[in-house]
Design a binder for this molecule. Structure first.
Ligand SMILES: *[C@@H]1O[C@H](CO)[C@@H](O)[C@H](O)[C@H]1NC(C)=O
Ligand SMILES: *[C@@H]1O[C@H](CO)[C@@H](O)[C@H](O)[C@H]1NC(C)=O
Ligand SMILES: *[C@@H]1O[C@H](CO)[C@@H](O)[C@H](O)[C@H]1NC(C)=O
Ligand SMILES: *[C@@H]1O[C@H](CO)[C@@H](O)[C@H](O)[C@H]1NC(C)=O
Length: 332
């Protein structure tokens, strides 16, 4: 049994698991030669969840220096962002707000976790001086490399043309992938979502990479995109694209809106296969952080959406466990 537990420790499982394992071996009686199936189940689960890679998209609604300097709001945004290996923030008003956010995320004294965070940001996009917005990707520098950036140039096709970024991460089974953000103009949502196909063609050619994920507040629901509009959207009619956040999901906080505005769409079978099944969802931080609705609404009326990618290490990590299990079984 000592062997089981120290083996678990070698495989970097959390202290909690180590303790659980020890406790379990106690209750089993340390002389018992039998394999404890329960502990193994915990260990295996841990491998699966701990090593996955999370991508998120969050419309932080006019995220500016004023918002970032409100301690409570900043704390909430920090907790949302620091759950993700890559987090797309939309509707970022000024760079100062992102500086403040990163400073806080990376501060040694009250770090949100052990990662260092960096950002990659578009220019300010829009056609009205009062409403210029940036797309900003915040990412964990230990887990992700940025290998390319591309601002889509056709400014008549989009109010805020997508700023595509190619990422590479040896932590993911997919390796290299492109994220294409869109915070659509609500009144042009159908046309803009459809034009993401043109962006897709451009970026796949530019980087010779068809592992493309589209994410953000598309306004792809309620009055802006109706059932009848779907036939005019190539990202829907073409079955190479998989919509991971369904039409029935509510990505908003306010009870006046029950709309699947925020979406995640992936291109191609290879990318789809490296997505953890059923991992795409809204993250209801209001529930999770036990925030009053009033306080959550001060940050944004949107909930973040997220998806997990399978880890490259999954098979490598699971194999020794299987070998161990086998050697125990054969020792019985
Ligand atoms: C820009 O996009 C619009 C709308 O899709 C299209 O009609 C126009 O031809 C595009 N312009 C260029 C230069 O590609
Ligand atoms: C980032 O790139 C460097 C240099 O190519 C590489 O050594 C490192 O493993 C990469 N990091 C990740 C997380 O993929
Ligand atoms: C593009 O990628 C494919 C598959 O990943 C590869 O076989 C091909 O050689 C690449 N083409 C170029 C021009 O790099
Ligand atoms: C659908 O998209 C794929 C890209 O994966 C493209 O090769 C194919 O031609 C498209 N199909 C249609 C009918 O446009």
């Amino acid at each position: 049994m000592t062997f089981t537990c120290s083996f678990a420790a070698v495989f970097h499982f959390s202290c909690l698991n180590y303790v659980l394992c020890l406790l379990h071996s106690r209750t089993m009686g340390s002389s018992s030669p039998r394999l404890p199936p329960f502990s193994f189940f915990i260990l295996l689960l841990e491998v699966v969840t701990a090593s996955e890679f999370t991508i998120c998209a969050y419309n932080a609604e006019r995220f500016d220096e004023a918002k970032a300097s409100d301690f409570r709001l900043l704390h909430t945004v920090n907790r949302i962002v620091s759950r993700c290996d890559i987090c797309l923030l939309q509707d970022v008003v000024d760079s100062k707000a992102i500086e403040t956010l990163l400073e806080s995320l990376n501060r040694e004294s009250d770090r949100y976790d052990s990662y260092g965070y960096q950002s990659v940001s578009s220019e300010s996009l829009g056609n009205s001086p009062d409403d210029m917005q940036k797309y900003v990707f915040i990412y964990r520098e230990q887990n992700v490399n940025v290998t390319g950036k591309h601002q889509y140039q056709n400014k008549t096709a989009f109010l805020r043309a997508p700023f595509a970024v190619q990422f590479q991460s040896e932590k993911t089974a997919i390796g290299s992938f492109v994220l294409v953000p869109l915070h659509s103009d609500a009144l042009q949502a159908v046309q803009e979502i459809d034009r993401l196909y043109d962006v897709f063609e451009e970026v796949t050619e530019k980087w010779n990479n068809t592992n493309v994920m589209f994410l953000g507040d598309f306004h792809a629901s309620c009055a802006y995109v109706t059932r009848a509009d779907k036939k005019n959207i190539r990202l829907i009619t073409n079955s190479s694209f998989s919509w991971l956040i369904g039409d029935k999901v509510d990505t908003t906080i306010s009870s006046d809106t029950n709309c699947a505005f925020d979406r995640i769409v992936v291109h191609g079978e290879p990318f789809l296969k490296t997505i953890s099944p059923f991992s795409a969802k809204v993250f209801n931080y209001m529930k999770d952080f036990k925030l009053p609705k009033r306080e959550a609404l001060q940050v944004s009326n949107h909930l973040p959406v997220e998806v997990r990618l399978k880890s490259s290490a999954l098979l490598l990590q699971a194999t020794p466990l299987l070998i161990l299990a086998q050697s125990f079984l054969s020792a019985l």
